[in-house]
Write a protein that binds this ligand. Structure first.
Ligand SMILES: [Zn+2]
Ligand SMILES: [Zn+2]
Length: 472
């Protein structure tokens, strides 16, 4: 099967060119500038299918480096399965996800990973890889970290938050970082001071402050900036590369920025919710409504002016990637677990379907360039997590993961508009995007075609990843 995408503007991190893209089977065979007849005078007649992308952007498929399908949390499970979550991702122009396999305290890392393989295998619509959460650092799990690198899991997430659940103390973090420094793998950090937060939460509840907004007020920016600084210093001490996930506080990114300025191997991501949503506009809505927007790190106060700074840090590459931290929970029976006690609201927002659109809106709004959009949503995630150039670029030999994006069409996000995630509400209800995912191709198969879904459950393959390509 050959597909020829004609007349489009092919966008990469480096620039935008007019070129036709020839797909042969599951891979990209060639990029042809207008007038290039080296592969034949009339490719159009020879291709099995021709797609006209005139006036549209042809971009590498999105890579969401941070998702939590079926994550057990707070007595329930994230409501998207690998099947529903990867299908929703595909609808939104994401063709690869990296999900977090979970090891809980007392469990063997290999058993946690095997459980994740079992959930994903045969269910994914798009390709997928795993990071490994290390929920209990001990001799066995440190040994497992080395072994997993050979299985294509080259990044390990630790938590400075959630004492008693996923939390690691500084000594444990130090040991895990020493292990990562030896193997060249990446430590990913949830950087919030969890023991301080737990005190603030208990005090708030004791004062009868139970509404969802207190989720943010008990996790102030200082707890993120402090933990970020501590994580960076421990990484510096051990020589481990460090990637800070879901950054929401400008002060935390400022700490990251100065470490990057000193050329340390530290990186950070943010998420769409921190660029667009806030304490005042969403989380602090009257009654229990705000529970929809409880996630950690939390949505922060608009008055503190984080959003403009996060966009700026994306422009300056102090933030390298936008991932979603997709962790959806339904309002009924899931978010409602926290009625009368905000600390029992499952933490998470569903965004896997909307990331490409939401960040494209940043291009329309003048926050980032078209090329930077592709870079932070696809190319850098591929390089950061050892998938480049198989993924993250439109180049001969790369997987034919391609999105044809229409800047002249619109996308209305919301439950009865654009919404394929397994949730009973949308955290993005009412958002409108000046662009639209018209066509999605995953490894050579057209899976979204002009509002029609053609993907197949189980076609997504497990991706064995290499080490981060940003490290020398
Ligand atoms: Zn986290
Ligand atoms: Zn997460």
């Amino acid at each position: 099967m050959t597909i020829l995408i004609k007349n489009g503007s092919v966008v990469s991190a480096q620039g935008t060119i007019q070129a036709d893209v020839l797909i042969d089977g599951e891979r990209i065979a060639a990029l042809l500038v207008p007038g290039d007849t080296s592969l034949g005078a009339d490719l159009q007649a020879e291709a099995d299918r021709v797609i006209d992308a005139f006036g549209k952007y042809v971009i590498p498929g999105g890579i969401d480096a941070h998702t939590h399908m079926e994550l057990p949390f707070g007595g329930t499970f994230a409501s998207d399965t690998f099947e529903t979550g990867t299908r929703a991702a595909a609808w939104g122009g994401t063709t690869t996800i990296l999900d977090f396999a979970v090891q809980r305290q007392g469990e063997r890392v290999q058993d946690g990973l095997a459980a994740w393989h079992a959930k994903a295998a045969g269910n994914c619509h798009i390709d997928y890889g795993f990071h490994q959460i290390i929920g209990g650092v001990d001799d066995d799990s440190l040994k497992a970290m080395d072994e997993l690198v050979d299985e294509g899991i080259t990044s390990f997430k630790l938590f400075m938050a959630y004492p008693g659940v996923f939390y690691s103390d500084d000594g444990q973090i130090l040991r895990a970082m020493q292990s990562a420094a030896r193997s060249g793998s990446m430590v990913m950090m949830h950087a919030e001071n969890g023991t301080a937060i737990d005190v603030l939460v208990a005090q708030a509840l004791a004062e009868g402050k139970t509404d969802p907004k207190y989720h943010s007020l008990t996790r102030p920016w200082e707890t993120e900036a402090e933990a970020t600084n501590r994580a960076i210093m421990l990484a510096r001490l051990t020589g481990a590369p460090l990637y800070i996930v879901h950054m929401s506080a400008k002060q935390a990114v400022s700490v990251l920025q100065s470490a990057k300025d000193d050329a340390w191997n530290v990186y950070g991501e943010t998420c769409p919710q921190y660029l667009y949503l806030s304490l005042e506009d969403q989380l602090a809505q009257p009654g229990f409504e705000g529970a929809k927007w409880v996630c950690s790190t939390p949505l922060r106060a608009k008055a503190e002016e984080h959003q403009q700074e996060l966009w700026r840090y994306l422009r300056t590459n102090d933030l390298s990637i936008v991932s979603t931290d997709h962790c959806p929970f339904c309002f009924k029976e899931q978010k409602e677990l926290g009625l009368g006690d905000f600390s029992k609201i499952p933490n998470g927002i569903g965004s896997v379907e909307h990331r490409m659109d939401l960040i494209y809106q940043g291009v329309v709004d003048g926050q980032i360039s078209l090329e930077r959009w592709v870079e932070i949503t696809s190319t850098t995630p591929a390089r950061m997590f050892g998938l480049y150039p198989q993924k993250g670029v439109i180049a001969p030999g790369s997987d034919a993961d391609i999105v044809i994006y229409n800047p002249s069409a619109r996308t209305e996000i919301g439950l009865h508009k654009t919404h394929h995630m397994n949730m009973d509400h949308s955290a993005w209800e009412g958002f409108e995007i000046d662009g639209h995912v018209d066509t999605v191709i995953a490894r050579g198969l057209v899976i979204v075609d002009d509002h029609e879904y053609l993907g197949v459950k189980g076609r997504g393959k497990y991706l064995k990843r290499g080490l981060s390509q940003y490290l020398i």
